[in-house]
Design a protein around this ligand. Structure first.
Ligand code: NAP
Length: 307
């Protein structure tokens, strides 16, 4: 909690709306998510935290409740476990109040792995969140949803004839991308596109944000994303160069607080490559604002998610 304390003053001055609310969020066992959970607790919000590791979740609950005296529920949740998504949705149905969902969970460079015929990065970062968020809106159409995206989501889609042909070709085209960074970038692009379509056509309250770069578990050795030598120097060097998660997560907090629903805005850090500074509202790049393309992605994704 110490590393977050130095931003409490900034929060007092800049965060106006997300106070004393009920917030559902995942990813709190990670770098960005643990800082967000601390800030939301400081702002006297009650939290429902969705975690894969229940023991870690209980520890986060105890630490935050002891520090801030808010109420925290812990629910087992894994984007790769459909039952956990259904159980969570059933729990939400019975809630008397829910104001926000902040999607923070995500995976980065992963070794290639098909899960139910779809590469894991797309499942965790795109298909399952699109399903889950769509279902949340069915339960609560006025929910405010915030997405932790990435600057890499600005990537231009390729092979569009194959991508948009039908749902089989959609999945095959994505699965055929062998580069880990590209799979990550496309997964982030596709979730943004899906939600921008929902926002435009159904007037849903959705805000997209990105944190810049912060050294978190995303760059963990256990992901084996890079050759061994990478882990000897690079993460420590990155820690010197880039922000820590307590500053990077301010953009996600700002996006949660943001009340404007303009379609072409998103929030990320100021500074060179949007990588270092305090949050700023930016215009979204036109790669993400092609309404026809976003509609195709939305329709194909729903077909895949129905199976
Ligand atoms: N750090 C950066 O530089 C950066 C830059 C741009 C965007 N982002 C985005 O920021 C978000 C948070 O990343 P982070 O940097 O805080 O990474 P992190 O420390 O690795 O945290 C990732 C979180 O996602 C959870 N998660 C992983 N797989 C999951 C699954 N199958 N179901 C549900 N939850 C799952 C992890 O849970 P466990 O603890 O159980 O593994 C953890 O809580 C991600 O969406 C990431 O893409 C980060």
């Amino acid at each position: 909690m110490q590393k977050e304390e130095k931003y409490f003053k900034w929060i007092d001055l800049n965060i106006k709306n997300i106070k004393e609310k009920v917030v559902l969020l995942n990813g709190v066992t990670g770098g960005i998510g643990s800082s967000i959970a601390t800030y939301l607790s400081y702002l006297k919000n009650d939290l429902i935290i969705l975690v894969r590791n229940f023991i870690e979740g209980k520890k986060i609950k105890n630490d935050l409740e002891n520090g801030f005296h808010n109420k925290i529920e812990v629910i087992y949740f894994d984007y790769l476990d459909d039952n956990s998504l259904i159980n969570t949705l059933n729990y939400i149905k019975n809630l008397s109040k829910l104001d926000y969902f902040i999607n923070i969970s995500g995976i980065y460079h992963q070794n290639y792995q098909l899960i139910s015929g779809i590469e894991k990065t797309y499942q965790v970062n795109f298909f399952k969140p699109s399903f889950f968020i769509n279902e949340l809106f069915k339960i609560n159409k006025n929910l405010k949803v915030v997405i932790t995206s990435s600057i890499t989501s600005l990537i231009k889609l390729k092979n569009k004839d194959d991508l948009f042909k039908d749902e089989i070709s959609f999945i095959n085209t994505l699965n055929n991308i062998k580069n880990k960074t590209k799979r990550y970038a496309f997964s982030k692009h596709l979730l943004n596109s899906y939600l921008l379509y929902l926002k435009e056509k159904e007037n849903k309250n959705i805000t997209i944000a990105h944190p810049g770069i912060a050294v978190t578990k995303l760059f963990d050795k256990k992901n084996k994303a890079y050759p061994k030598i990478f882990y000897i120097f690079i993460p420590s060097l990155m820690k010197i160069i880039f922000m820590d998660s307590s500053k990077a997560s301010l953009s996600i907090l700002k996006a949660s607080d943001y009340q404007n629903t303009l379609i072409n805005k998103w929030i990320g850090p100021r500074g060179l490559f949007h990588s270092w500074g305090y949050p700023k509202i930016y215009n979204l790049n036109k790669n993400l604002l092609d309404s026809k393309e976003n509609e195709k992605i939305y329709l194909l994704t729903n077909k895949v998610n129905l199976k």
